[in-house]
Write a protein that binds this ligand. Sequence first.
Ligand code: PGA
Length: 251
Amino acid sequence: MGERLPIIAGNWKMNNTIKETKELLTALIPLVKDAKAEVAVCVPYTSIATARKLIRGTNIKLGAENVHWADKGAFTGEISADMLKELKVEYVIVGHSERRQFFGETDETVNKRAQAALSRKLKPIICVGELLSERENGKTDEVVIRQTKGAFAGITKGNLKNIVIAYEPVWAIGTGKTATAEDADKTIAVIRKTIGGLYGKVAAEAIRIQYGGSMNAKNVTELMAKPNIDGGLIGGASLKAEDFSKVVLGA
Ligand code: PGA
């Protein structure tokens, strides 16, 4: 779709020590230097400082995988937006399905984390997506509409240019099963329409919405050919420089 710049973001999850971070990024930098799409890597907190040094001056943007909503305080194990900002992080994943499934993330906490990120000029990549049971029960649209409305509650229109949405059907994550390009495009259109309902048509056309869930070098072209798909959030295929670069260059 015309003017939206595609964004391919790696989601490393709980992978890569500092040593592995150096190896992966050193290999990746030359492979993606001519990418047309925007490129980001969302890395574990322990890799942020190393990644930042390595990618400085390149076309790769730095991202984190989560952020807490409070400015500071008694939240053992959490990281604040100021802490990420200090390390020159630009993007931060919010509401990934693994956070929702295993760490009690709700639409409300996703919203609070997104707001905290925006308040510090971090760009949230807000994840939404249905479970397999929800898809089988015909609830996909209802779920993504609820999650989208929940995530955007209280967020003003002026912030939209700093937000990316990732549509990730939970059953497609790490399973090798991809939503068909048609299904992904259709559900992303529902999310876009939801944004339209909240902020108007122009805003809906402008916001970038990625697909995520077993996206790789083989399926990137077909997915990216769809009018609503503006890139990808890449898990497994972001862990090898060559695999990830093929996704980036295919976008
Ligand atoms: P996957 O993960 O590419 O390994 O399916 C995507 C994600 O969870 O963001």
